[in-house]
Design a protein around this ligand. Sequence first.
Ligand code: TYD
Ligand code: MG
Length: 436
Amino acid sequence: MEETAVPAAGGPAALRGLAGQTTQLLQPVPLTSIEASKAARTETRITELDRVLGDGLVPGSTVLLAGDPGIGKSTLLLQAAAGVATASPNSPVVYATGEESTEQLKLRAERLGISQERLLVVPTGDVVALGVLADEAKPALIVVDSSQTAWHSGVDGPPGSLGQLRQCASALGDIARRSGVPVVLTGHVTKEGTVAGPKVLEHVVDVVLQLEGSAGTSIRLLRGSKNRYGATDELGVFEMTQIGLRDVAEPSAMFLAERQPGASGSSVATVIEGTRPITVEVQALVTPTPASTPRRTANGYDLGRLHLLIAVITKRLNLPLGSSDVVLNVAGGLQLTEPAADLAVALAIVSSYLDAPVLDGLSASGEVGLGGELRAVQQAARRVSEAGRLGFEKCLVPAGCGDLGDAESGAVRCRTLGEAVAAAIPFPNAEDANPR
Ligand code: TYD
Ligand code: MG
């Protein structure tokens, strides 16, 4: 037990004395008198990165790019650094590589076809020295790769330790604010997913971006999980190629690429990611379970939500899924968080259970309620149009969606999941699937 002295509650005079000793007395200013500088953002010239940032880098901001080792963080940042250098003809860009040697960086640059004179490389993670460099060289951007190798001479402990990470991030934040130079740093996500590095950094930086991708595929997805200057629901889509990351302007094509029309257990969802409608294949595999408790796994979709849909299908469509394993997979490593994906997931499950394919040329968008009813989704017209543009003649939408304008001809309005199943999955015993 340790005794702690509690300061006596003083009157106004005592408080004034205390405040005067420690800080200057506050001088509030009217909000209306504060001028917000709308300095132009720096574009990285990488469309998908700029999209997720919200039209480029804000002067004086700090950005953390987090992701698994080997996912492509250094590649993306080298490409972005070259883009910024090209876009700002009067200032250099500083790439501080504490993790890799300058030779390694050079090899990567050659592979990416980057040869940019104003791209300056320093083989260090010394944050204090970077601060001096920022003031003197006035760069358009500083990249610190990585936060785990950044170190601050004022702090004990090896690079990557908690104290170092925290101090480096806040020092880099100070440098950015003081000099107006945007700073981007990378951080590894540890295998446990608890992100030892990035988690403590998240609070200190202004923007946190996550670069993700499933093993064995070349698709890389970039998402903001925090952004003080913009939305976090934008999705950036890249493909990792032999010559670096390539913007994917038409992600839908990629998320549908390996679809086999006519196969049961496959459906197409039209979801809205940020400002873009995207269509993506959803696959389900429903098989009789040998175990007493059926197994349910979801890849790219919330498991709790999958359980809910299975319960709705069992009860409202009278399909006994209680003795079936259900495996769900969303193509391309995409994580479907929008409730509007429900309908496509339910259709994939029913299609696999009945072993009857969903009609060709059909996509779906709708939230499924506990009563088996379909609930209206936002921006239904855009979803229907986008699906139509990609060759899906019809899109199932909830009956309650508002006016669809020109898109009406491409929509099939359904009140319930049962109606949607009847419209989407031609099956001899379709009557069995009527809602109860
Ligand atoms: P890297 O950017 O080093 O990942 P991180 O910095 O996140 O650890 O990317 C490494 C991987 O990317 C490596 O497996 C090789 C691959 N790669 C390509 O496929 N094409 C390329 O042009 C480059 C530069 C890397
Ligand atoms: Mg790297």
